[in-house]
Design a protein around this ligand. Sequence first.
Ligand code: ADP
Length: 255
Amino acid sequence: MSGQPLVVARNVSKSFGHVEVLKGIDLEVQRGQVVCLLGPSGSGKTTFLRCINQLETYDGGRIRVDGDLVGLEERGGRLHRLPDKRIAAQRREIGMVFQRFNLFPHMTALENVVEAPCQVLREPRAQAVARARALLERVGLADRAGNYPAQLSGGQQQRVAIARALAMRPKLMLFDEPTSALDPELVGEVLAVMKELAADGTTMIVVTHEVAFAREVADEVVFMDGGVVVERGAPAEVIGAPKHERTRTFLARMR
Ligand code: ADP
């Protein structure tokens, strides 16, 4: 399977009530690649990300991660929703980092990172603790392991959230505007961690308004508007020389 893209989405559609917010999205992400989704607020970026890890169901099209149909199985020539247990198993393989960090407030940074490997993967505690310490070191927080979320800055909390997601050894990391809730001076430290993950070969899909980050780190930039992909390509093309008026207008507003 290693030659296949890790993520393949074809013609994905999704409505909330009568409003169609995804109108046939296609996406491929190769292993080790970083894809950044850019676009104005309300264009469907977050919804698409949430469909990939099944925080939302999609109405039409197909999403495959590592060859497996996400949330669905084909039986007797028809698609059926997977049983919850199998959905949970698929979700475990995808890490997600949200705009709000959602750490457990009553647990230290270390405990936040240890929790899922112990409870869900049944890793021996000593092993999970050793890995959690290594992950906290990787996100630059080795000295904060014993702190509670309330004792950490927003940037530090978000870095713990990244370590917590990595602790599940995900095949794919999804980032949903990971820096947009942060004070401006804390954005850089989170982007720096994400940049290192990318350099280490982590497969990532990142919804972001950080155009400079996308330009520097993305292998591909996908510009969405109104539930469709307007334009996609290398960052130098989409950000450096956008072909579509909508992309140009959006980028001009970001400056
Ligand atoms: P983006 O991430 O590009 O800002 P979203 O995916 O968050 O866009 O939203 C796309 C559209 O879907 C918006 O119009 C939003 O109001 C709508 N939407 C998102 N989630 C829901 C929901 N749970 N129920 C109803 N409408 C929703």
